[in-house]
Design a protein around this ligand. Sequence first.
Ligand SMILES: Cc1cc2nc3c(=O)[nH]c(=O)nc-3n(C[C@H](O)[C@H](O)[C@H](O)COP(=O)(O)O)c2cc1C
Length: 203
Amino acid sequence: MTVVLPPTPLFGTPVEQPPHPDVLDFLARRRSSSAVTLAEPAPRPDEVTALIALASRVPDHGKLSPWRFIILDSEGKAAFAAKLEALAEARGDPRAAAKLVKLKLPPIGIAVVSRTVQHEIPEWEQVLSAGAVCTTLLYAALALGYGANWITDWYAYDAQAKAALGLAESERVAGFILLGTPKEPPLERERPDPAALTTLWRP
Ligand SMILES: Cc1cc2nc3c(=O)[nH]c(=O)nc-3n(C[C@H](O)[C@H](O)[C@H](O)COP(=O)(O)O)c2cc1C
């Protein structure tokens, strides 16, 4: 069955914003799955399209869309991982090769690419928007019932790895969002105390 999203509101029309207690419940309990626990079934192509559509609705100052998506389906991801393996091997870096397990095991992934432009909107804000894309993609995948993990690892930063992925020199990997079905439920991790991170501003 094809995933059906609510219709996208028409430009300029009022969009009602009702409360969504179910979303609060989701946010209070959601958890990434370790990438190495992600297996088939993966989101289908129509679901990937839906995830990308949802992730493209993030706050974006100036409507610049300073990000893009690269789908790493099983074939593409295997070929990309093979290129990274060859890079790691050529450098005699077994630790780098071992790190690739997180990319190789999940059935599919989506690379979120930050592509900032010279503009009056500060670059920082364009980068933050790419981070919001990653978060939304992750949350949308969980809401669809899949497991997901946002990773970067060395190949997000390595010039040759980025070129192998097809990035221009000015582009950066905001994250690889790896997707699948967790073989086991993730264990809750330690969370910060929000009160310890919060102050009330006074002049
Ligand atoms: C920008 C960014 C990069 C990350 N890169 C990695 C990574 O390379 N390897 C890793 O194990 N976790 C990485 N993480 C951490 C996981 O994505 C995730 O935050 C952590 O497992 C906790 O997940 P949860 O709070 O969604 O449950 C990264 C997180 C962020 C925000």
